[in-house]
Ligand binder design. Structure first.
Ligand code: NAD
Length: 341
């Protein structure tokens, strides 16, 4: 056994397809010799069933201790019920930046050779979820209202994060995405800070601007024009599903939530209750999130080995999950990936 130092990390299998894709990913990480020493914890419906609490204090304490987590998707009740645990985690650990890279791994699709990164502000905007009802006549829910906020400090921090990411990862351009023509204050402040930060990087990183609706169209017509996109919370949420769609869907979209003291890595997709427990879920999005985690802890060497295995299995094309047009199960794909490491 090597004397290599282990890195404590929290593992949250999550709900729905979470446990099966987490099992696949930890198996592959073990096979490649990843240094993570997992602390298994519960969150979401799995935690409600076991403890009555969707985010038990032990889970929070574990992430405070490790500062690092790999998280399967969590089911959030729609309408009523408890607040999204994902949102709570972001707030608890100040995970201000959501990083969502998109690159083509399935060759020959409608959109080939896509390579862009979306940086989403993760704490503010409409996700502050300050919602209420105003009664109209005898309908207590006659009007629903929702308010959001963006702070100058957070707008500055997220745009700076995007530019720093561009510098470190040899990216050439950052696009500020906003809706300052309509939400003149809420997203105008983001644009104002964005322009300020962009000036500091002049000559090193190019900067341009897009209004969010035009950006959505441009992403479909000519996604190759984009390099790094930075935007506010809700726009980032929507556009990142769009970018996932460009390269083969949610089964291939990883994400990282990054703060000053902790980072949580996850797939962009949800718990997919429709296919849970059927051995058909695609584990690649969570595996790519684990790759981001390896890079985060300075083990890009291992991430590269896993990336090559993914690329070669997908390119050969015989072992693909159903969402990518194949017939392979989660376990079959896991075995094929391990063979390529
Ligand atoms: P979803 O992403 O779970 O599923 C959307 C569609 O994509 C479904 O048809 C599903 O089968 C498919 N899909 C998703 N992941 C897949 C994978 N790995 N392999 C193959 N197919 C896959 O979105 P939803 O149905 O809107 O949400 C289900 C639950 O997940 C909700 O409770 C939602 O709140 C939650 N959710 C959690 C997260 C998270 O934890 N980060 C993110 C999004 C949604």
């Amino acid at each position: 056994m090597s004397a290599e130092k282990t890195i404590p990390a929290t593992l949250i299998p999550g709900d729905g397809i979470g446990p099966e894709i987490t099992e696949s990913v930890t198996e592959i990480l073990a096979a490649v010799g990843a240094p993570f020493d997992w602390d298994n914890q519960l969150a979401g419906m799995a935690a409600v069933d076991a403890t009555g609490n969707p985010l038990p204090p032990q889970t929070i304490a574990s992430i405070h201790r490790t500062g690092l987590a790999l998280k399967g998707p969590l089911t959030t009740p729609v309408g009523g019920g408890f607040k999204s645990i994902n949102v709570t985690l972001r707030q608890e650990f100040g995970l201000f930046a959501n990083l969502r890279p998109t690159h083509t791994i399935v060759p020959g699709g409608r959109f080939d050779k896509i390579d862009l990164v979306l940086v989403r502000e993760n704490l503010e905007g409409y996700y502050a979820a300050m919602e209420s009802y105003i009664p109209v006549g005898d309908d207590p829910h006659g009007i629903a209202t929702g308010a959001g906020y963006n702070s100058r400090a957070e707008c500055n921090r997220i745009v700076r994060f995007a530019f720093e990411y561009a510098v470190k990862n040899n990216r050439k351009k950052v696009t500020l995405v906003h809706k300052a023509n309509i939400l003149k204050l809420l997203t105008g402040l983001f644009l104002e800070e964005g322009r300020k930060v962009a000036k500091e990087y002049e000559g090193r990183v190019e900067c341009n601007e897009r209004i969010v609706d035009a950006c959505a169209m441009q992403l479909v017509i000519d996604p190759w024009q984009f390099d790094v996109i930075v935007t506010t919370n809700l726009f980032g949420d929507i556009l990142s599903d769009l970018t996932a769609g460009l390269v083969g869907g949610l089964g291939l979209a990883p994400g990282a939530n990054i703060g000053e003291k902790a980072a949580v890595f996850e797939a962009v997709h949800g718990s997919a209750p429709d296919i849970a427990g059927k051995n058909v879920a695609n584990p690649l999005a969570l595996l790519m999130a684990a790759n981001m985690m390896l890079k985060h802890v300075g083990r890009a060497d291992l991430a590269t080995r896993i990336e090559s295995a993914i690329q070669s299995v997908i390119t050969e094309g015989t072992v693909r999950t159903r969402d990518l047009g194949g017939t392979a199960g989660t376990r079959e794909l896991t075995a094929a990936l391990k063979q390529k490491l």
